[in-house]
Design a protein around this ligand. Structure first.
Ligand SMILES: [Zn+2]
Length: 302
């Protein structure tokens, strides 16, 4: 009897190891066909897209500065893209700063690669706390410069205004290149998509909306806005997403007030005009779920 138990325990361990190895082996495949594409926004600022969050790069006499760095598996391809946009081989070695807009792995995965090449990692103190809690620091170097409300970085004849906001997490940084008039909004802006709001990391719909209002007040119609995810945008695109969040939040609040359950609200769905915001990661049902629990939670007596 005991022997059977031992054998089946061994079999289970073997299956577990096999699954674990397959997961590890499957990891690079996910990115194998991803190409980094660069879009020039101004003389000195580029947007890079690939897998994970969008990047912004400042290129000039002071060297390079990167906002976000996607996944570890993308780091070498990002380095190649930096070489292309700067016209310098080994450009990542003149990368001075990497700003992390927040702690999520699709925005910070390249920290190890770029810190080893000499870059200084910069993030909000709250994002650093989240990074510290998540990974052993030897695998992902922590930010060495942090701030609570914000900081200015003077770089490549521009002033970068880093502003700490909340809503996606409890430590989101928006980076406004004042001279270039380019805003990297981090994940406070998913262009043309339902947003992911990480309520487990201190995010909330209310804070997300008020942070978007602050971003809208910082920029003008000429500002080029790099969203955390989705195509390059203008202020009007941010306004459209903001209006969608407000309207769908109101509609779910009313449905809850009328006594509808989560599943009945999901079954009913949102207004047809919001269908196009659904995407692989946040379906309409998932967005309704986020709104539902946010309303329930904010009405709860604490
Ligand atoms: Zn995120």
């Amino acid at each position: 009897m005991n022997r059977v138990v031992i054998i089946s325990a061994k079999a289970m361990l073997f299956t577990l190891l096999l699954t674990f190895n397959c997961t590890l082996m499957a990891q690079p495949d996910r990115f194998s066909n991803v190409v980094i594409e660069a879009t020039q926004l101004t003389d000195s600022v580029y947007m890079l897209t690939g897998a994970g969050g969008n990047l912004a790069v400042s290129v000039g006499a002071d060297g390079l500065l990167l906002v976000d760095d996607q996944y570890a598996a993308m780091a070498e391809r990002i380095a190649e893209a930096l070489a292309n946009v700067s016209g310098t081989a080994e450009a990542h070695q003149s990368l001075k700063y990497v700003i992390n807009t927040h702690h999520h792995g699709d925005h910070t995965g390249g920290n190890d690669f770029f810190a080893k090449a000499g870059a200084t990692i910069v993030a909000s103190e709250a994002a650093r706390v989240r990074l510290l809690a998540r990974v052993p620091s030897q695998d992902n170097p922590l930010p060495v410069i942090t701030y609570h409300e914000g900081v200015h970085i003077y770089f490549n004849d521009d002033r970068l205004n880093l502003v700490v906001l909340e809503g996606h997490t409890d430590g989101d940084t928006a980076v406004y290149f004042e001279g270039a008039n380019v805003l990297h909004a981090g994940d406070l802006f998913f262009n043309k998509r339902f947003p992911f709001i990480d309520t487990d990391s201190g995010g909330s719909v209310g804070a997300y909306l008020s942070s978007q209002e602050k971003l809208l007040a910082m920029i003008n119609d000429d500002t080029q806005v790099v969203p955390g995810h989705g195509p390059i945008a203008r202020r009007s695109d941010l306004m459209a997403v903001h209006a969608m969040i407000r309207a769908t939040h109101k509609s779910v609040t009313e449905d809850i007030g009328a006594g509808l359950s989560l599943s009945s609200i999901q079954e009913k769905g949102l207004d047809d005009m919001y269908q196009s915001f659904a995407w692989a990661f946040i379906s309409e049902a998932k967005w309704i779920e986020t709104l539902y629990w946010d309303v329930i939670e904010s009405n709860a007596v604490h």
